[in-house]
Write a protein that binds this ligand. Sequence first.
Ligand SMILES: CC(C)(COP(=O)(O)OP(=O)(O)OC[C@H]1O[C@@H](n2cnc3c(N)ncnc32)[C@H](O)[C@@H]1OP(=O)(O)O)[C@@H](O)C(=O)NCCC(=O)NCCS
Length: 166
Amino acid sequence: MKTTAAYEIREMRPEDAPAVKALEIEAGLSPWPVADYAAEAVRGDSAAHVAERRGKVIGFIIARLITIRNHPTHSDASMTSLEIYNLAVSRVARREGIGESLFRVAVAAGRRTGSVDSAELEVRRANTGAIRFYEQLGFRRTGLRRSFYVNPADDAVQMTADLMNA
Ligand SMILES: CC(C)(COP(=O)(O)OP(=O)(O)OC[C@H]1O[C@@H](n2cnc3c(N)ncnc32)[C@H](O)[C@@H]1OP(=O)(O)O)[C@@H](O)C(=O)NCCC(=O)NCCS
């Protein structure tokens, strides 16, 4: 059995941006400028959080609350969705539940400002581990955007989780 040390999840601060960028690179995610990560930490509609262990950032989630009008799968006039832009956990800290905790904390943070009806994201088709992770959280595949990614080229799997009754 893997022994795991405690970790804390807290709101991201602008000074976390370089550590978040390093995790993005380690995880091979689509690149964002460091300044964009710092800006995300202070946006009012952002739910950016980091996981920290012994003062070191070991995971992050960048998500934003978006109001969707005329949603394709819900008849309501408008609904609020948590759009997940980036989520990563350091290789040495994976399969400890940190990714799931980051997602749940981001949803809870969004709910402090109102209802969060769904969560949405796009993920590389080849990233089967992340797709399994999201399916385990209740996401289902809703579409495919062909050749959405470059370096390397890949399709994007679109996924949605219904959070209305969650
Ligand atoms: C995807 C990612 C964030 C998951 O983080 P994590 O902290 O390891 O995930 P958790 O420990 O919370 O996993 C919860 C459950 O999801 C599933 N899961 C997680 N990673 C998985 C994988 N690689 N393969 C299959 N199932 C997986 C498992 O059911 C797991 O529970 P278990 O460990 O008890 O079996 C992490 O693997 C990562 O950073 N990957 C690289 C970056 C990335 O792909 N981000 C997503 C891009 S949108």
